[in-house]
Design a binder for this molecule. Structure first.
Ligand code: ZN
Length: 164
């Protein structure tokens, strides 16, 4: 069971997913996460719940992800918020990201065009980072650009597979 998709952020069992250091702020996190309900899909990752054994072993393992869509989704752009282990427990990282599909002649999968992160070692820091990430992505989803083209230009990426 790699990941569980749920209909709304409130369906994520936060007390099961997040380490005890964060349990005092679960209500705040649920309220903030619900701001993205209806704009995308929420997932949690049962296989990643156990704390990483070392700072490196699990540092990129997501615990919670929210994929956010524009009102008229462009399949070649992905927006989202991720809470992952940031290293040895209880260090967590919150990411706010936008990726566009790669159109290079050499295929890279996706290219990151927006990538902000916040580190948290306690509930106060997690609330602060999660709130900032959710607001950043919520604003992007509202204001766009909702098509990948302008993002490609801004990031200096090729606009079609024929360009070098
Ligand atoms: Zn590429």
């Amino acid at each position: 069971m790699g990941l569980v998709r749920v209909a709304s952020f409130a369906d994520i069992p936060l007390a099961e997913v997040l380490p005890g250091e964060y349990h005092a702020v679960l209500g705040d996190l649920a309220r903030i996460g619900s701001e993205l309900d209806g704009r995308g899909a929420c997932h949690w990752f049962p296989d990643h719940v156990a704390p990483p054994a070392t700072a490196e072993s699990n540092s990129d393992q997501p615990l919670i992800s929210i994929d956010v869509s524009f009102a008229e989704p462009d399949d070649s752009i992905e927006l989202g918020v991720v809470i992952s282990w940031g290293g040895a427990a209880p260090l967590l990282t919150v990411w706010a990201f936008a990726d566009v599909m790669c159109l290079c002649q050499t295929f890279h999968g996706v290219h990151s065009v927006r990538d902000d992160e916040w580190q948290a070692v306690n509930g106060r820091e997690l609330v602060r980072g999660f709130r900032a990430a959710v607001r950043a992505i919520s604003q992007l989803a509202r204001t766009g650009p909702a098509a990948a083209g302008p993002w490609r230009v801004e990031a200096g990426l090729p606009g079609s597979p024929m360009e070098p």
